[in-house]
Ligand binder design. Structure first.
Ligand SMILES: CC(C)(COP(=O)(O)OP(=O)(O)OC[C@H]1O[C@@H](n2cnc3c(N)ncnc32)[C@H](O)[C@@H]1OP(=O)(O)O)[C@@H](O)C(=O)NCCC(=O)NCCS
Length: 174
């Protein structure tokens, strides 16, 4: 089983918000941002897997601040954990206004990708080795997020979600 470090998948993608990316209020359209995030996350997942990947799911994304025409968007993506044929990628989005010198963290999200071969069959991916405290925290919590998204997708029965059950037991105890 091959292994890769988390930092090997790190990707930064920059985009300038142009008129065709905005609504009539000159704010970046949410769908355009999700599209850019999908590309940055896919690049990160492909760096880890060394394979073509497809988007399996996108966790809830909230838009905290409007991003304005002319802002520079920076999307940071890194794989948090590899499972069997899938990987979870964490995204952090920054919006920078260069003339005013402001930079805000505008969004965060988790995307899941599945590696496939030339015939579209799913294939095993290298395991991920977290190194920093932040990477280890994201790695450990990834099991709970995975169970939750598989329950929501109808692919896992709540009674089989061991990590979530453990989490709720701990919450009830506290
Ligand atoms: C994603 C896809 C390959 C999964 O295929 P599948 O036959 O359902 O495969 P399985 O149920 O065997 O699951 C394969 C992996 O996908 C993961 N997966 C499936 N559905 C998922 C979901 N909704 N969220 C997160 N992971 C999911 C499984 O957990 C499994 O991962 P693992 O091997 O690491 O445990 C298939 O559904 C597909 O090709 N979807 C279209 C992808 C696409 O076109 N994306 C762009 C959309 S616009």
């Amino acid at each position: 089983m091959t292994q890769k470090f988390a930092h090997e998948s790190f990707t930064v993608m920059n985009e300038l918000v142009l008129p065709n990316d905005t609504n009539t209020l000159n704010n970046l359209m949410g769908g355009r941002l999700l599209h850019w995030m999908d590309i940055a996350a896919a690049i990160s997942a492909q760096k880890h897997c060394n394979r073509i990947v497809v988007t399996a799911s996108v966790d809830n994304v909230s838009f905290k601040h409007p991003v304005k025409l002319g802002d520079v968007i920076s999307i940071e993506a890194k794989v948090t954990r590899a499972f069997n044929t899938s990987v979870e990628v964490r995204l952090v989005v920054w919006a920078q206004n260069i003339p005013s010198g402001t930079k805000i963290r505008s969004n965060e999200a988790f995307y899941t990708f599945v590696a496939i071969d030339q015939n579209g069959r799913t294939i095993t991916v290298p395991q991920l080795v977290p190194e920093t405290d932040d990477e280890k925290k994201l790695y450990n919590e990834a099991l709970q997020r995975r169970e939750l998204r598989l329950i929501l997708a109808g692919k896992l029965k709540p009674k089989d979600a061991k990590e979530l059950q453990q989490l709720f037991k701990e919450v009830v105890k506290d």
